[in-house]
Design a binder for this molecule. Structure first.
Ligand SMILES: Cc1cc2nc3c(=O)[nH]c(=O)nc-3n(C[C@H](O)[C@H](O)[C@H](O)COP(=O)(O)OP(=O)(O)OC[C@H]3O[C@@H](n4cnc5c(N)ncnc54)[C@H](O)[C@@H]3O)c2cc1C
Length: 273
């Protein structure tokens, strides 16, 4: 049995050590350029057929690309693995993380895993794999966001904002500005993403990224089950909300009842001092 670890960027490779250690198999790792799922699967199918396990960090990109690859290879797929029982048995959350299922696989398997479920171990060196195949997808626009902020999936501190931020500029100034003063990554709720306030790749939760930072600051976030599914492994949750009865306060370690537009700048000033 042998693992092919697929990294879509260096951060994926850096976060994969714990999963590889838990799986306990000999592993090769490759880093791939961004490409549509059909081109990804076509360029990788031949190489992947030589491995029993093909795995990647759970992300918006891997959800799309790895499922396509499993289809092309006609093999089993396990998504969002958070534990390895054996090389053919994996633990994964179901019902928004309220239950953990153990799934058994037979033969070759494609896996996406959440690094937060595994021990922090040094990542792997991934070799570049540059083959790209033609795609039927037409890329009409590509937005690159090189903010220089820490990666959301592996950051030690995450500052997230919700619906009350109202506009993208406000979100960037208030949440982004505060995050920068702490060297933190920025996250958002689905409500913020759906209303165009925050970019899709910042969504945290059941259908977004699952994070497990040392400190998670939730500003103007009600604490829906779907959002909490993405943050419940955070070591310390701080919530800022005008409504003292907001559900987020049930899960928060520290709660501040107040207006984020006042509280965050005040905290930012204190941090500067
Ligand atoms: C299938 C499915 C999947 C989903 N997946 C996700 C997911 O992955 N991630 C996710 O986040 N959501 C997800 N959702 C949506 C989720 O149900 C909630 O609608 C969403 O999380 C709410 O976002 P919010 O907290 O920003 O907004 P709201 O629920 O509207 O909460 C806003 C909060 O801000 C407070 N507030 C208002 N003004 C201020 C102020 N000035 N200062 C401080 N606080 C203020 C309010 O009191 C309120 O508590 C999903 C829903 C479904 C159905």
């Amino acid at each position: 049995m042998k693992l092919l670890l697929i990294a879509f960027n260096q951060s994926d490779a850096d976060q994969s050590g714990g999963f590889i250690q838990a799986l306990g198999l000999e592993a090769d790792a490759i880093i791939l350029p961004s490409q549509p799922a059909d081109a990804f699967a076509a360029s990788l199918a031949e190489k992947a057929s030589g491995y029993t396990h093909i795995a990647a960090v759970s992300s918006m990109q891997s959800k799309d690309a790895m499922a396509y690859l499993a289809g092309v290879l006609d093999c089993a797929m396990v998504t969002d693995a958070i534990g390895v029982v054996s090389p053919s048995s994996f633990k994964r959350p179901i019902f928004a993380g309220s239950m953990i299922a153990t799934v058994e696989t037979e033969g070759q398997v494609v896996i996406t895993f959440r690094p937060s479920g595994f021990a922090k171990v040094d990542g792997v060196a991934a070799a570049a794999f540059d083959t790209t195949s033609p795609s039927k997808a037409i890329v009409t626009n590509e937005a690159k966001r090189g903010t220089g902020r820490p990666d959301l999936g592996s950051a030690k501190i995450v500052v997230s904002g919700g619906r009350p931020l109202k506009t993208a500029d406000q979100f960037e100034a208030v949440i982004g500005g505060f995050a920068d003063s702490m060297g933190a990554a920025v996250g958002a709720t689905r409500a913020a993403v759906d209303s165009g306030i925050a970019p899709n790749e910042l969504q945290v939760g059941q259908t977004g990224k699952v994070v497990a930072p040392d400190l998670y600051i939730a500003a103007g976030i009600s604490g829906s089950t779907q959002h909490m599914a993405g943050i419940k492994d955070s070591k310390l949750i701080v919530a800022i909300n005008t409504d003292a009865n907001a559900p987020i306060f049930e899960a928060a370690d520290l709660g501040l009842v107040g207006d984020l537009y006042q509280v965050l700048p005040e905290l930012q000033n204190l941090l500067k001092q």
